[in-house]
Design a protein around this ligand. Structure first.
Ligand SMILES: *Cc1c(COP(=O)(O)O)cnc(C)c1O
Length: 368
């Protein structure tokens, strides 16, 4: 057996382990923010047809520029946000993970810097390592909200090439308002990426950063079909930005990065948008139910615009995580002392979570 340390690995990768949330075979998997509802039967039937048709052309490379899919995504964005988005403003890849990696390949990389306001999505530093980009942790207030004046000052000082604003933020759940995004855009000469992976779950009144795109060529809004659409297994993420940004990512994307099967499946799914998003309100109701039930257990949460809740405080969050797991409920230990994150799903999942938490809270909550 060869040890990885014996290989001529890049020095910055030495000693690291592969990142990822535990994939454990437990009854209730509430740790990766998926939509638990199965795809509608009508979509399953259409997927069969669409994939069979695409399969007939599998001897050929896919459409390198995914033109038809990008037009469908532009139509979806225009219809749901009221903002006019055109296909040349949209780019798609294998999950927003790949979209963001391409953005770093185009706008960051060796000798360049990316900044995000922590705690935030734990993948950003991983993409930075992979692309040779220096990662700088931006600050938040103790309650995890963004202090806009401090954030602007930090961006001015660090002068990052890419700034990430995650709205709603993962793992804290809170959305960032448009004034803050506009102020950060003005503060940076780099590319501002607003990661809206959870935007479909936002509470009413939260407006997408798509409404800021006009006149801001360095602003990028990143979206995904992994969360609200309930298609994490498809691997389809996309961005909306100035067409020049799309040209830029086309310089670094692998040729034929998005398979014809993925493109066909995503288009079939987008034709069922309303049915797919019909579960969003039900998931939001479970999120709000979790938030409402926590105080009775002596626990609290951070206000959430997403399909998950950051809850605490625990004396030892990892011990509380293990105690929940022992009761068949897998939540996420995001490495924030005192806190854990739970995905909101079906009413039955909430029942199971609250029952397990009722057992666990007396022994594990902080300061009794
Ligand atoms: C889940 C998540 C994504 C989605 O990643 P995909 O690659 O599209 O599955 C992106 N950003 C954040 C902050 C997320 O939590």
């Amino acid at each position: 057996m060869t040890s990885i340390e014996e290989l001529p690995l890049r020095p910055e990768l030495r000693g690291k382990s592969a990142y990822g949330a535990p994939q454990l075979p437990v009854a209730h998997q509430l740790n990766t923010n998926e939509n638990p509802y199965p795809l509608p039967a009508s979509l399953l039937a259409d997927l069969g047809t669409a994939l069979a048709a695409a399969a007939q052309g599998l001897n050929r490379y896919p459409d390198r520029d995914a033109v038809a899919l990008r037009a469908d995504l532009a139509t979806y964005l225009t219809r749901t946000t009221g903002e006019q988005v055109t296909a040349d403003q949209v780019w798609a890849a294998n999950g927003s993970n790949e979209v963001i990696q391409q953005l770093l390949q185009a706008f960051a990389g060796a000798g360049r810097t990316a900044l995000g306001f922590t705690p935030t999505y734990s993948m950003y530093p991983v993409y930075c390592t992979g692309t040779g980009t220096a990662w700088v942790e931006g600050h938040r207030r103790a309650d995890f909200t963004l202090d806009v004046a401090a954030a602007v000052a930090q961006v001015r000082e660090v002068r990052p090439d890419v700034v990430f604003v995650t709205s709603p933020n993962n793992p804290t759940g809170t959305a960032v308002d448009l004034d803050a995004i506009a102020a950060l855009y003005d503060a940076t000469e780099g590319v501002l990426v607003v990661d809206e992976a959870y935007t479909e779950f936002a509470r009413t009144g939260t407006v997408s950063a798509l409404s800021l795109l006009s006149g801001r060529p360095r602003l990028v809004v990143s979206r995904t079909m992994s969360k609200a659409f309930g298609m994490a297994g498809l691997r389809l993420g996309y961005l909306a930005a100035d067409p020049a940004v799309v040209e830029a990512v086309q310089l670094v994307r692998l040729p034929y990065h998005l398979s014809s099967l993925t493109q066909a499946a995503a288009r079939a799914a987008l034709a069922h948008t309303d049915e797919l998003l019909a579960t969003v309100e039900a998931v939001k109701a479970q999120r709000d139910r979790i938030v409402a039930e926590l105080p009775a257990l002596g626990l609290g949460s951070v206000p959430s615009d997403a399909n998950f809740v950051l809850f605490g405080h625990f004396a030892d969050s990892h011990a509380a995580w293990q105690a929940l797991l022992d009761r068949g409920v897998l939540v996420r230990d995001v490495g924030l002392p005192g806190w854990l994150r739970v995905t909101a799903g079906t009413p039955e999942e909430t029942d199971a979570f609250l029952t397990a938490l009722g057992d666990v809270a007396p022994d594990h909550r902080l300061g009794d």
